[in-house]
Write a protein of this length. Structure first.
Length: 184
């Protein structure tokens, strides 16, 4: 982290482990990103645009690049071969407590049930703890999102007694539970 509280990321970001590769998104990924995120379940549980078309994908990737360059967030494609995106994991400073790093993730419908999200969360959590040194690594999950809760447990997170975090998404308020990476 630099002196103004921003993260400093390598210009080219790649992580490998747990049978997956995490890498920066590229402009070549636009069609694949549309295929991954133009999905009712992604729309239901995340704040990404819906419908998620080529224009939305380009705007999303532009925001990802800006977020990385300013040190505010890092959005990475989840792959098994280092090339073809199957989903995404992202990190950013928690709005609830800036000493915490929050993670989020999404996996395309055709790729669910393979443990990709759990492995991606474990891999990026290892990086966050090692390189960024936050007070906590957290996930904020809708209590009704059973799949995301399962990912959290698989990746070594436990629900906390923190007050629910209220966020606006598509004109409605959602109350999210905080999960924290277990350190023991």
């Amino acid at each position: 982290m630099d002196s103004n509280g921003s993260f400093v990321f390598p210009s080219v970001f790649r992580l490998e482990g747990y049978g997956i590769h995490l890498r920066d998104w590229s402009d070549d990924d636009v069609p694949r990103l549309v295929a991954l995120y133009d999905d009712p379940e992604i729309a239901r549980w995340t704040p990404v645009a819906s419908p998620f078309d080529t224009e939305a994908a380009r705007a999303y990737l532009a925001s990802a690049k800006e977020g990385k360059s300013t040190g505010n967030k890092l959005q990475l494609a989840i792959t098994t071969d280092g090339i073809r995106p199957l989903g995404e994991v992202l990190l950013f400073r928690s709005a609830a407590d800036t000493r915490d790093v929050e993670l989020a993730y999404g996996v395309g419908a055709a790729n669910r049930g393979q443990g990709l999200a759990g492995r991606a969360v474990r891999l990026i959590s290892d990086y966050v703890v090692r390189e960024l040194g936050p007070r906590r690594v957290v996930l904020c999950i809708d209590a009704e999102n059973a799949a995301s809760r399962a990912v959290a447990r698989t990746a070594g997170f436990a629900i906390t007694d923190d007050p629910r975090i209220r966020r606006e998404s598509r004109g409605r308020t959602v109350a999210l539970q905080t999960w924290s990476l277990r350190t023991t």
